[in-house]
Design a binder for this molecule. Structure first.
Ligand SMILES: [Zn+2]
Length: 381
């Protein structure tokens, strides 16, 4: 997170020194070879973009992984692999969009007024923040509101959202999705913003993979968040618990995906499942995960926990997006029972093929498999 206490001139000096001395490692060169088409990258890009702390935090989350940013305003994250190692990229524009969205949401005194002390935030501050968000979509800065608690929530949200996205990409690697796709003659990079890959024959499988990556990321990011001191910081005085900060972050990511897909008029149903399906699965897992994993649940039915609806209403009310969706508990139930279960014949063929690939890789590399309770979920009626 961009929270350095050094002066601007000190930072510029350090950057200049790095520019002269830091040479790209082999990983940087491989990274550039894979993602060069999307934009520039390199050992000091994250420093230049004010994202180096985030990059270092995320890199520490996994083994056999090289995470870095690509300079681009495309709103996406991507994953590829070389020599049994994951190369995960996130665009600088997407990262800043998320940070600015959280900053803007929590600057609105009307947004979840129980969080912190919204009355401390002047209305003009929010108006200014919102104007910046709407009119200057690529600005690389966030202004924190004068309420310290809401500012801390923003920092927690930034951390949770990035962690979730990181684990989503990392899950594609650990679950051997890339190896499966390559062995079936398909793409070697998974791009979260690309629904038009056009490989119709594999589109069912790709959607299953996306939901699988989400399921693993949901549980892993929640477990990770609960394990670090930052999450315990959110005591009763915040009006939002640590778990709820996590839930608000991932629900916002899902709502953002929904709005982006509508905004870009993307054809849903090719490589990525509809964002609403992904959100419904998230709510379901956060609530029921306790049954089959070691992660205890987050209640789904508490009215104040309908964050997706709150974020959706915010975007509509403030004319950030024309699109609107229904995020009620009924929708969760409907989607989870009707649209999430994929065709059993596709599932069975996929599972029998990928299980062999996964076991071989996990044994060879001594990596521990991600939580697998999601299989049981699909095999249930
Ligand atoms: Zn994905």
């Amino acid at each position: 997170m961009p929270t350095s206490r050094k002066s601007a001139s000190q930072l510029l000096d350090e950057l200049e020194k790095k520019r002269r001395t830091v040479k790209p490692s082999d990983d940087h060169l491989i990274f550039r070879e894979i993602f060069g088409w999307l934009g520039t990258s390199g050992p000091i890009l994250a420093d230049e973009e004010g994202l180096h702390e985030l990059r270092d935090d995320l890199n520490a989350l996994g083994e056999h992984v090289h995470f870095d940013f690509v300079k681009s305003n495309a709103k996406t994250a991507l994953v590829a692999e070389r020599n049994d190692k994951a190369y995960i990229a996130m665009t600088t524009g997407f990262s800043w969009l998320l940070m600015r969205l959280f900053g803007t949401l929590l600057s609105d005194p009307k947004f979840s007024p129980k969080i912190g002390d919204p009355e401390k935030i002047p209305a003009e501050f929010f108006e200014w923040q919102l104007k910046l968000f709407r009119d200057d979509p690529f600005i690389k800065a966030i202004a924190l509101p004068s309420c310290k608690k809401r500012s801390d929530v923003i920092l927690g949200l930034i951390s949770c959202a990035h962690t979730f996205l990181f684990f989503h990409e990392y899950s594609h690697f650990l679950l051997r999705h890339l190896e499966y796709l390559e062995s079936n003659g398909a793409l070697s990079v998974i791009d979260e913003s690309d629904p038009t890959d056009g490989r119709q024959a594999l589109s069912e499988i790709l959607q299953i993979m996306e939901l699988e990556a989400d399921r693993t990321a949901i549980l892993t990011s929640l477990r990770y968040w609960r394990s670090i001191p930052e999450s315990e910081h959110f005591d009763e005085s915040f009006g939002i618990s640590g778990d709820e900060v996590w839930l608000l972050a991932v629900e916002t990511v899902m709502v953002l995906f929904e709005h982006l897909s509508k905004e870009n008029k993307l054809v849903e149903g090719l490589t990525h499942p509809p964002a609403l399906d992904r959100w419904a699965q998230l709510k379901w897992i956060a609530h029921f995960a306790a049954e089959e994993s070691d992660v205890s649940n987050i209640p789904m039915n508490k009215r104040n926990l309908n964050f997706a609806q709150t974020v959706n209403d915010f975007l509509k009310r403030n004319e950030v997006s024309e699109h609107s969706a229904d995020y009620s508990a009924d929708v969760v139930t409907k989607l989870v029972t009707e649209s999430l279960p994929r065709a059993p014949e596709v599932m069975n063929q996929y599972i029998s093929e990928i299980s062999k690939i996964q076991t071989r890789f996990w044994d060879k590399n001594g990596v521990s498999p991600p939580t697998h309770w999601e299989r049981a979920y699909f095999e249930r009626e």
